[in-house]
Design a protein. Structure first.
Length: 335
């Protein structure tokens, strides 16, 4: 295990770096980031040229090369479990949970963190979730599933994500899910600096209208989805916040924009809604860049979960009261 200031992580399905950045902020250094999308790989290299990025399929990676790493993490593909898809689960060729389990078996990390869409938490997939818990149990890990809403960690959108955390048994008694951090900023508060940057006279009034958190930003796939803010219901919710969700703008409003305009978001603005810092840049054309943003795991959520994992591994977390004289159950179920 690495020293107290830096733990090591092998990250699969890293995308454009949402989870990567959050884990870095929590104190994890990347031994390897694996991503198959060329545009996302370029984004990772642009922002963190010092990282080792493997551009290719996760099946090409051997966990034996990373034996004893502190954390195996990843945002495995969501289409097998998304309510917007066919929900084929284990029958979907894009399901990479088996590959994640393989890497756990080969690398034997101290901890595991995998995230997916909330659809995986539905009753339909209960047997599948249980099979993953049993696989981890057989490898010496105790694990829990939990739905976390990004809005509880300072992100100005709801964005529920279903997260699996598993630790070797000796660490699990110190594990606690991160506590919510309070009320997130509104869309207006988060985006006002960008809306006002080029002299738009309506920015102040717009900030007051955009007085809620946004619906979940969606990025779509290479086959489906373009540069808009989601299906009809999502676009209607954005309109309630005085945002035109039918597409993305190339630039924000300026001094020539009518004060009463309903602006579209730019990729930069969408990234702020996802919790990315302003300095994180995305490569590729607008649609490709927005897809990276929309498919990302919000960095503040990854940071919160990563910080809790680090505390459990370092022994700085308080012991669970439920463990005093009582053996923890081997398998944890959805709360």
């Amino acid at each position: 295990m690495a020293d107290q200031n830096s733990l090591s992580v092998l990250e699969i399905c890293a995308g454009a770096g949402g989870q990567s950045l959050g884990l870095e902020q929590a104190g994890f250094g990347h031994d390897l980031a694996v991503e198959i999308d060329p545009d996302a790989c370029e984004t990772l290299r642009l922002n963190r040229p010092e990282w080792n990025v493997h551009e290719g399929d996760v099946r090409e990676v051997s966990g034996k090369d990373y034996r004893g790493i502190d954390l195996l993490a990843g945002g495995v593909p969501c289409p097998p479990f998304s309510i917007a898809g066919k929900q084929l689960g284990a029958d979907d060729e894009r399901d990479l949970f088996p590959e994640a389990i393989r890497l756990v078996r080969e690398a034997r990390p101290a901890a595991v963190m995998l995230e997916n869409v909330r659809g995986l938490s539905s009753a339909k997939f209960a047997p599948y979730r249980q099979s993953i818990l049993e696989s981890l149990d057989g490898l010496g890990y105790e694990a829990e599933w939990q739905v976390l809403n990004a809005s509880e960690y300072g992100v100005p959108q709801l964005r529920p994500r279903f997260i699996l955390v598993g630790l070797k048994r000796k660490y699990m008694r110190r594990w606690h899910w991160p506590e919510p951090v309070g009320t997130p900023p509104t869309v207006g508060e988060a985006l006002y600096p960008l809306m006002a940057r080029d002299g738009w006279t309506g920015a102040e009034e717009w900030r007051e209208k955009a007085s809620g958190i946004g619906p979940t930003v969606v990025g779509g796939s290479r086959k489906h989805g373009g540069p808009d803010l989601g299906p009809t219901r999502a676009r209607a919710a954005w309109h309630e916040l005085s945002v035109d969700g039918r597409g993305l703008a190339n630039a924000g409003p300026n001094e020539l924009t009518p004060a009463d305009a309903v602006p579209r978001l730019t990729v930069e603005m969408a990234a702020v809604i996802q919790g990315f810092p302003p300095e994180w840049r995305f490569t590729g054309r607008k649609t490709a860049s927005y897809r990276q943003v929309g498919n990302a795991f919000p960095p503040p959520v990854a940071r919160a979960v990563g910080t809790s994992i680090k505390a459990a591994l370092h022994g700085t977390a308080r012991l669970s009261s439920s463990t005093s004289g009582v053996q923890l159950p081997l398998l944890r179920r959805v709360v």
